[in-house]
Design a protein around this ligand. Structure first.
Ligand code: DSN
Length: 413
């Protein structure tokens, strides 16, 4: 109630966002809803504290409780992924990746990562990102016929480029990654392997995806996608020397004071992910996506790679004569949020695109299941068939609101 009195504008906008989040279907594959406990920690008085340095070696006084919180976060993260060393201070996935690169490479060194239009992330070497500007970046794509990673091709490029670092991981790839194959390639060219598991961290933690821990030299991730923590980043390794280098790059290399309220929230979310219910949650995310994908394909939607092994799909809309921009806009009008997404060798520019990326992590957190997934896939088809028919889109939006009422969002009353 204090916020309402102190700053009516911000209060009103947060209330409006609460309504948007609870009355709409959130299908952006990188989004999720945190628990009330995680929300509480994120909004706590820990935001008041400066705590540069690492537990036991902070530069400021008064860190006796902060240190305990940070140590709990580190220990839980190590247990969750079975790693030996963890840094929980990165503010986000991009800063985690920046620290990982800078721990093993210097400006001008060569890096090799999955290209943006093939599902890689900006920080995997895109020229508009620090990763493509500080380093000399090269990329690998997908097999144009299958839409799958082609490890033979990655190896060929790696042998030619001889990168210092190979980055594997993705933002929009619907299939499992074989980290062991990547490691073999990296080893053959004497490159350091970094695995960015931002999207699949929850799947890895729950045992539903091969883990890169102990395979890749460094593992980075965000914490807010399938892992369902607060918006933040983490870095893990099993190598003590690398761990020391990573710590130095994170602080004082690229960051100052860690966000201790977020670190506490990460600790809470890691605790949640260590519970058996989390395994069940991930199982449901995957089951929901299988059904959603199958139902969409029955309506002749074209999915990149012909399906999915994880929590997301990439829909190639060219066969429907739609652009990603138009379809995402029409879905939004109908109360469903997705993001437009380039597909491999996309003829459309990044602001238009030929695809949309869709995920089931957030809806599964609300408790939606198979019946909802089938119905929502039918809605996707109805939106595609009535892309410019406002009346029809409004009709769907009403049904979306009704459906959402039965599945409250944690923390929104
Ligand atoms: N923005 C994230 C995603 O949507 O996958 C990546 O940073």
């Amino acid at each position: 109630m204090e916020l309402k009195k102190a700053d009516g504008n911000i209060y009103k906008l947060i209330e409006a966002e609460k309504i948007r989040q609870s009355e709409g279907l959130e299908m952006i594959a990188s989004e999720n809803y945190v628990s009330e406990a995680v929300l509480e920690a994120t909004g706590s008085i820990l935001t008041n504290k400066y705590a540069e340095g690492y537990p036991g070696k902070k530069y400021y006084s008064g860190c006796e409780f902060i240190d305990q919180i940070e140590n709990i976060a580190i220990e839980r993260l190590k247990k969750l992924f079975g790693c030996k060393f963890a840094n929980v201070q990165p503010h986000c996935g991009s800063s985690a990746n920046m620290a990982a690169y800078l721990a093993v490479a210097k400006a001008g060194d060569r890096i090799l990562g999955q290209s943006l239009d093939a599902g890689g992330h900006l920080t995997h070497g895109a020229k508009v990102s620090f990763s493509g500007q500080i380093f000399e970046s090269f990329s690998y794509g997908l097999d144009p016929n299958t839409g799958l990673l082609d490890y033979g091709e990655v190896e060929k490029i790696a042998k030619k480029v001889k990168p210092k670092v190979i980055m594997c991981g993705f933002s929009a790839y619907p299939r499992a990654i074989d980290f062991k194959k990547f490691k073999k390639i990296a080893k053959s060219v004497n490159a350091v392997l970094i695995a960015d598991i931002a999207h699949i961290a929850g799947l890895v933690a729950a045992g539903y995806h091969q883990s890169p821990v102990g395979v890749a030299d460094i593992v980075t991730s965000t914490t807010h996608k399938t892992l369902r923590g607060p918006r933040s980043g983490i870095i893990m390794t099993n190598d003590e020397e690398l761990a020391k280098k990573i710590d130095k790059v994170v602080f004082p290399g690229i960051q100052g004071g860690p966000l201790e309220h977020v670190i506490a929230a990460k600790a809470v979310s890691f605790g949640e992910a260590l519970k058996p219910q989390f395994k069940k949650y991930i199982e449901n995310v995957l089951g929901n996506m299988k059904v959603f994908a199958k139902t969409l394909m029955a309506f002749d939607f074209d999915l990149v790679s012909g399906g999915t092994d994880n929590h997301l799909i990439l829909v190639d809309l060219r066969s429907k004569n739609l652009t990603g921009k138009d379809f995402a806009h029409a879905l939004h009008e109908a109360g469903i949020t997705v993001n437009k997404n380039s597909v491999s060798n996309d003829p459309q520019p990044p602001m238009i695109t030929s695809g949309v990326r869709v995920g089931t992590a957030a809806l599964t957190t609300r408790g939606m299941g198979i019946a909802e997934m089938q119905r929502i896939a039918e809605m996707f088809n109805a939106v595609a068939e009535n892309i410019s028919d406002d009346k029809e889109l409004q009709k769907i939006s009403k049904e979306v609101k009704q459906m959402c009422k039965k599945f409250p969002v944690p923390g929104i009353k």
